[in-house]
Design a protein around this ligand. Structure first.
Ligand code: HEC
Ligand code: HEC
Length: 399
């Protein structure tokens, strides 16, 4: 199935990636990233991969959401769909438990990668699957003379923004943004909103489907995507978060978000209210300006108390937000996600983006909002744990 990727992967991970956006760059050793911390923070207990699945031998001790992010990272690293390692999957999720040579090789690769990092980098995650594979199943061995002397491809955005000397203060850029949106008074007066519109993916998923976002200050936030096969939901009630998806998209219907995934849901919820941006993140770094579609943008990176890092790209002329990049620390590596915002329209005196392009490792979606209502009452149930979604498709699961 799936959308824009050269070799399609799986839509399901959309959900995890939309929720999970932490960056603890280079610091997350396996031990640190383990979910033990939950007892201290009072988080919900995560469902671990080995509890949910039948045949987990090396990726044990990680929550299911992180496990699925790892699968997305594997796919992106070798540039192949899930089927490359799991064979045809018409028979549903059970098929994924079966072993074959490629899957066994991938297990060995995990151990090799851990051994390399341990032996050479004090266990710090310096080498990942992507370091060698770069989107191919067989890493390239010989330097490519064509690439050496041809036009270099555009450099990927850095996950850690380097501070530019003589850059303006972050607060100056953030204040300009708030001003561009309608000014602090209006922006701070935003207490809730309901945004309705459509989302459409690529390939099989090009069909427009209804989408809703509910947001309540200071930090309750729910996104519901009515997909062809059932509702896909990310909910955060100000403290706890969940993801829910139909069987076609996720092997587990409702998952409690924990660790970096929960932190990121919280950041999302805070950032739904631009007036909270300076409360939600700190440790601001202003990088070198760059361009997006030939427009000059200013680059500002902030980090949340729990370690989620977000890079903001503000249009230098208008001051409005053009893009955010976020990184989920899925232990195996960082999972980037990008949202591009455009078509800003005035809603009760505040500029809001009506067109979003959302890109993650396994797919791309376009959100088009048709109606945004502000400062409306929203039932608390909208932010509570979602019910297991009903899978509407007659198709076999997990294609
Ligand atoms: C590069 C190879 C590779 C790719 C690509 C890959 N996987 Fe996996 N997958 C594995 C390995 C290896 C395991 C077993 C992990 C272990 O033993 O700890 C696994 C296990 C699983 C399991 C657990 C099955 C069970 O019951 O034991 C699921 C579910 C799964 N993968 C889903 C996916 C999905 C969905 C994708 C596509 C996004 C995907 N995988 C892509 C290698 C891969
Ligand atoms: C240090 C470099 C390096 C790292 C890191 C690495 N690989 Fe590999 N991988 C290779 C090489 C080289 C081959 C090809 C071996 C061959 O041709 O027989 C390979 C082969 C594979 C294959 C078999 C491909 C095929 O077509 O048979 C899979 C699957 C794979 N790697 C998955 C992974 C995954 C998943 C990770 C991360 C956990 C990873 N690799 C990390 C170097 C690496």
């Amino acid at each position: 199935m799936n959308f824009g990727l050269r070799k399609p992967v799986l839509g399901s991970l959309a959900l995890v990636c939309l929720a999970g956006t932490a960056l603890i760059h280079g610091q997350a050793t396996p031990q640190q990233a383990r979910p033990q911390a939950t007892a201290v923070t009072g988080e919900q207990k995560p469902l671990l991969a080995e509890e949910a699945f039948k045949n987990i031998q090396v990726l044990r001790g990680i929550p299911v959401s992180q496990f699925m992010e790892t699968m997305g990272f594997f796919s992106a690293s070798v540039g192949e769909s899930c089927e490359f390692c799991h064979g045809g999957s018409d028979s549903g999720w059970d098929k994924y438990a079966e072993d074959n040579d490629i899957k066994q090789t991938a297990r060995k690769m995990v151990l090799m990668m851990n051994a390399i990092n341990k032996a050479n980098f004090n266990g710090k995650r310096e080498v990942t699957c992507y370091s060698c594979h770069r989107g191919g199943d067989r890493p390239v061995v010989t330097p490519d003379l064509t690439a050496l002397y041809g036009t270099p491809p555009p450099a990927p955005p850095p996950d850690v923004v380097e501070a530019a000397p003589d850059a303006p203060a972050a607060t100056q850029i953030l204040d300009k943004y708030i001003q561009a949106l309608g000014g602090a008074q209006r922006v701070n007066g935003l207490t809730s909103y309901i945004a309705k519109g459509t989302t459409s993916g690529y390939g099989e998923k090009i069909e427009k489907r209804p989408l809703e976002i509910y947001a309540k200050a200071p930090n309750e936030h729910t996104v519901i995507n009515h997909t062809l096969t059932g509702d896909s939901t990310i909910a955060f009630d100000g403290r706890n978060g969940w993801s829910a998806a139909p069987d076609t998209d996720s092997p587990v219907p409702v998952l409690a978000l924990t660790g970096p995934d929960l932190e990121s849901a919280k950041v999302d919820a805070n950032l739904a209210f631009p007036g909270r941006i300076k409360d939600a993140l700190s440790k601001w770094v202003v990088g070198y300006p760059t361009t997006i579609d030939d427009q000059d943008v200013q680059v500002v990176q902030g980090t949340s108390p729990g370690g989620t890092t977000v890079t903001f790209y503000f249009d230098s002329k208008t001051g409005l937000l053009s893009r955010i990049m976020r990184y989920t620390d899925a232990r195996i590596g960082l999972i980037p996600m990008q949202v591009d915002y455009s078509d800003y329209r005035d809603v009760a005196g505040i500029k809001m983006p009506f067109h979003w392009n959302v890109t993650w490792l396994d797919g791309r979606s376009t959100y088009d909002f048709t109606n945004i209502q502000t400062n409306v009452p929203i039932d608390a149930a909208k932010f509570a744990k979602p019910a297991p979604p009903v899978t509407v498709s007659a198709k076999p699961a997990a294609k």
